[in-house]
Write a protein that binds this ligand. Structure first.
Ligand code: PLP
Length: 426
């Protein structure tokens, strides 16, 4: 990890130009690499020499971006994936197999809920949802000897609940399992989960990291802090891997065991590979991440304050508001008390009024996306969370009147004017 501040890491970490080389990140567009000797290639296959073999597994452009993200999160290594969904999938599947289970906070992105409740179930992996309203004893009753991890979101999409890191990392660790955190909405600029007890982080880089709604992508980052060899609880990391003629990841790669296994085994076998050009675009987005997150947060706070006092608004969720349920936690865990660009609120008059509000917006676009430069709006109950049952919706903190605003980095006056005229129509 470098000692630079975030804004410097965003620009300078990862690729460093040598004498006379391109100053900016080059795109290594290609699938294959050449070696001076067959012995060198054999060593690569045995994981005894560092280097690239085949772009499905790794690529220089992607690797530079991985280095930058690991530096921003304070991790020892990262692996980019073709999407955020792929990152969530790999983060769990790397240490959880058929017949095993994991505990997950129910305040979750709808796509993650589908992946965990339906697709992982078909693979024999059981998700056990808990809510933060439960007591520690109640939550502990969901763990057994086959429980492998705890999964939660830093700033939940879309309810905007802020994770109680202290409580959930200590619950996970007291059961001998890691805490995996989806840090998509907060980004490392607002929150660094490794400093608050998380062991593995994932992101949908599609959102703020890319920041311009350009490329779908994901990333898994390893803190290197979890002891996988302890008690023989994670034999897939500590015992010989038959698909690598018997290497033990914890013996050979020590603290990097998790992230190396994710690459050489799961990336190799599943092929959820980001393209070099996608990594190039992601890197461009990352260069301005620190700047953008501040502007998103300042704009969103102004919008949240405006909505708070509006007669056609029944409630507002934004951790930056002094009376928000999660304000205290946002002050504790988030940089300078900033809270990202996402604001949730209820339109008085319910689902129909919410529809009229959305249809009257001009500058603000109705989109599925969130967390990019342009202000946008979504009605989760009828879109991203449509597949969820009423009970799952309630668990995810979503009601029929729930509108999610993703405040962009336009001038706040223009954003407010648009929202104001649309509320007049609602
Ligand atoms: C969008 C999102 C994902 C899924 O990422 P994709 O890049 O769309 O696959 C996962 N978690 C959160 C919090 C998200 O917002």
């Amino acid at each position: 990890m470098s000692d630079f501040k975030d804004a410097t890491k965003c620009i300078q970490s990862g690729y460093v130009a040598g004498n006379g080389e391109l100053r900016t990140l080059p795109i290594y567009q290609g699938t294959t690499y050449r070696y001076d000797s067959s012995e060198h290639l054999a060593k690569l296959f045995d994981l005894e020499a560092p280097g690239h073999m085949y772009t499905r597994i790794s690529n220089p452009t992607v690797a530079f971006v991985e280095e930058k993200i690991a530096d921003l999160e304070g991790g020892i290594g990262a692996m980019c994936t073709s999407s955020g969904q792929a990152a969530s999938m790999v983060s769990v599947f790397n240490i959880c197999s058929a017949g095993q289970n994991f505990v997950c906070l129910n305040n979750l992105y709808g796509g993650t809920t589908n992946l965990f409740s339906v697709t992982l179930k078909r693979m024999g992996i059981e998700v056990r949802y808990v809510s933060e309203q439960m007591s520690d004893e109640e939550i502990s009753s969901f763990f057994d000897e086959n429980t492998r991890l705890v999964f939660a979101e830093t700033l939940a999409n879309p309810s905007l609940a802020v994770l109680d890191f202290e409580r959930f990392s200590s619950i996970a660790h007291s059961h001998g399992v890691p805490l995996i955190v989806d840090n998509t909405f907060a980004t490392p600029i607002l929150c660094r989960p490794f400093e608050h007890g998380a062991d593995i982080i994932i992101h949908s880089t599609t959102k703020y990291m890319d920041g311009h709604a350009t490329v779908v992508g994901g990333v898994v980052i390893d803190s290197g802090k979890f002891d996988w060899a302890k008690d023989g609880k994670y034999p897939e990391l500590s015992e010989p891997d038959p698909s690598y003629h018997g290497i033990s990841y914890t013996e050979q790669f020590k603290e990097a065991a998790y992230i190396i296994k994710a690459r050489v085994q799961l990336m190799r076998d599943l092929g959820i590979t980001p393209q070099p050009t996608a990594a190039f675009y992601l890197n461009l987005g990352l260069e301005t991440l620190a700047l953008r997150i501040r502007q998103h947060s300042h704009n969103a706070l102004r919008v949240a304050q405006f909505l708070k006092d509006h007669e056609k608004v029944s409630w507002v969720n934004y951790p930056g508001l002094a009376d928000d349920e999660y304000h205290e936690r946002s002050q504790r865990y988030f940089t300078d008390g900033l809270s990202s660009g996402v604001v949730a609120f209820g339109v008085a008059g319910g689902r129909e009024a919410a529809g009229r509000f959305m249809d009257s917006l001009k500058l603000t676009g109705i989109v599925v996306h969130v967390a990019d430069a342009r202000t946008s709006v979504l009605h989760p109950a009828s879109t991203t969370h449509r597949q969820l049952s009423d009970e799952q919706l309630k668990g995810a903190g979503i009601s029929a009147d729930f509108v999610r605003l993703s405040i962009g980095i336009e001038d706040a006056d223009d954003i407010l004017a648009d929202i104001s005229q649309a509320l007049d129509q609602a």
